[in-house]
Design a protein around this ligand. Structure first.
Ligand SMILES: [Zn+2]
Length: 210
């Protein structure tokens, strides 16, 4: 893409919106109240708003390599805190995608420098699910399954964030795990049951009173 063309595109985009609504940008500047927090991959092929048909103001977005929610990443935790506590979003989505370079890199034993600690989050997902993954002979299928399991584990990490599980338990927020298939353009809901998954987590962490 020609970088100079971007400013021409921007002018066209402004006129297109103003032709339909004179107050479009004035209205946008008044504030935001998105109902969805979307956590997805930085991959240039997975365009968050475009594939969802969402307009500006509708989705609060965070993207990083392989849609990871580490419990020591101030960036993602700040986004989650702001979205849940202040914007009061109703839905939090973790969206992975097939043919993800970050997932692929995590499956290979290469030294990738500064990326190593980041990819370790995904390598841990592999370790947790190694029996299931190692039983899949076909490499592409194993890679796709790791994409799905990474979404599951990142949703669990999301649930463990205090403000998220409090809002979830109060019925204010729902958690969704999705996968985008680049080959077909389809967005697939993994239909994760957090009523069940969440209860299981607390069984591990807390001893129930007799
Ligand atoms: Zn990716």
């Amino acid at each position: 893409m020609d970088i100079g063309k971007i400013f021409e595109n921007n002018k066209e985009w402004i006129s297109k919106h103003l032709d339909l609504d004179d107050h479009y940008f004035d209205d946008l500047s008044k504030g935001q109240s998105p109902e969805i927090l979307y956590i997805g991959c930085s991959d240039s092929r997975v365009t968050a708003e475009e594939m969802m048909g969402a307009r500006p103001g509708e989705v609060f977005v965070h993207r990083n390599i392989a849609n990871v929610v580490p419990n020591n990443d101030l960036n993602v935790l700040s986004v989650i805190n702001y979205a849940v506590k202040h914007l009061k979003v109703k839905h939090v989505v973790v969206c992975g995608h097939y043919y993800c370079g970050g997932i692929k890199a995590a499956m290979e034993p290469n030294d990738l420098g500064i990326l190593n600690p980041w990819l370790r989050n995904i390598r841990d997902v592999y370790r947790i699910h190694k029996d299931e993954l190692n039983a899949i002979d076909d490499e592409e299928s194993r890679y796709k399954r790791l994409v799905e399991l990474n979404v599951l584990e990142q949703c669990i990490n999301l649930y463990k964030v205090t403000e998220v599980h409090q809002a979830f338990d109060e019925g204010k927020v729902t958690i969704h795990g999705w996968v985008f298939d680049i080959k077909t353009g389809k967005l697939i809901d993994q239909k994760l049951d957090f009523e069940k998954i969440g209860k299981g987590l607390f069984d591990i962490y807390f001893t129930k009173e007799a």
